[in-house]
Write a protein that binds this ligand. Structure first.
Ligand code: GLA
Length: 311
């Protein structure tokens, strides 16, 4: 009887983008961060094939595929990708792509292990020594919460995020791939203890703790003050802001109902994050004179996998 090769089974994976409330450029130094997974997702479907291939508009996608394939120990795959996370805008579209592939191909993985595998894949694909925050949030974020993540131990706690606040993200229009930025240079300077960079790192870590306290005590004005301080520190001490971003952040600060705003993510362009009082969203967006993405918090890709039935 003629032996026929079995047709490879298809798989699907889905993972969210993320925002970072506070704790910027501290993850790769073992600091604490406070990201949240958001209600924008990347969906990937695929099956085993002779060679890696990708059908998507995400630039450089093939490099990511190969890198995550090595990490997950899988054969070449052909994949199709759909996403409502705008690439290059600071919502971690690449982390969502990697985590979606990881959950699709290896759903049995522990979320932390998956996040670490995706971080290594991102580093290998780009040569940028990113921290673990984005992949972790995409894998293990919790709906209704932000994640207080200690990047030195990977211990984390879900911190309730109040319904009274809206998370707004505004794209500066300055899109950049991290490879073309001084991200690695900033990391080296901070690791080497350069005083200005260190001052940002130490003060930012203190702000993360203060932010979590303020969230728990529902002192919303205080959240805004901490966001502003974070921005100034990223602008003046870590030097990752740009003129365009500073202008947007200052505009947001001046709008009634906006508690505070800051540059978000790696910087060098990208997006800003603002916290806006619920009910003021429309007026805020009009005053920003830019497209504003309002994000709700969401579950990470690996959240339902290992949950006990009573959870
Ligand atoms: C990028 C990296 C993260 C983190 C931020 C800055 O998003 O992927 O690991 O370093 O920049 O906080």
């Amino acid at each position: 009887m003629e032996s026929r090769r079995e047709r490879p089974r298809g798989w699907q994976g889905r993972a969210p983008g993320r925002v970072n409330l506070i704790g910027e450029h501290v993850d790769y130094l073992g600091g604490v961060v406070l990201p949240a997974a958001i209600d924008r997702h990347t969906r990937v479907s695929g099956r085993e094939a002779e060679a890696w291939s990708i059908d998507s508009e995400i630039g450089g996608g093939l490099k990511y595929l190969r890198a995550i394939g090595v990490e997950l120990g899988v054969q070449p795959q052909v994949m199709r990708v759909e996403s409502d996370i705008p690439p290059g805008s600071g919502l971690s579209s690449s982390a969502a792509l990697l985590v979606a592939i990881a959950v699709g191909l290896r759903p049995e993985l522990d979320g932390k292990e998956a996040a670490l595998a995706c971080q290594r894949a991102e580093q290998a694909a780009t040569g940028v020594h990113v921290g673990v925050m984005d992949q972790f949030a995409s894998a293990l974020g919790r709906r209704g919460h932000a994640l207080l993540l200690d990047c030195s131990t990977l211990e984390y706690q879900a911190v309730p995020f109040p319904d009274e606040l809206a998370i707004a993200v505004i794209d500066s229009g300055e899109h950049r791939s991290l490879v073309d930025t001084p991200y690695n240079e900033r990391r080296r300077e901070a690791e080497a203890g350069m005083p200005k960079r260190r001052r940002h790192v130490d003060s930012e870590i203190a702000r993360v703790h203060a932010f979590v306290d303020a969230l728990k005590e529902r002192r919303f004005e205080r959240l805004g003050v901490l966001l502003k301080e974070s921005h100034k520190s990223l602008r003046d001490d870590f030097e990752v802001s740009t003129q365009v971003v500073d202008t947007l952040v200052e505009r947001a600060w001046s709008i009634e109902g906006c508690l505070g705003a800051r540059i978000m993510g790696a910087g060098f362009g990208g997006s800003i994050l603002a916290l806006v009082q619920r009910g003021r969203e429309v007026a805020f967006a009009a005053a920003m004179k830019r497209e504003v993405i309002f994000c709700a918090t969401a579950d990470g890709a690996f959240v339902h996998r290992h949950r006990a039935p009573q959870d």
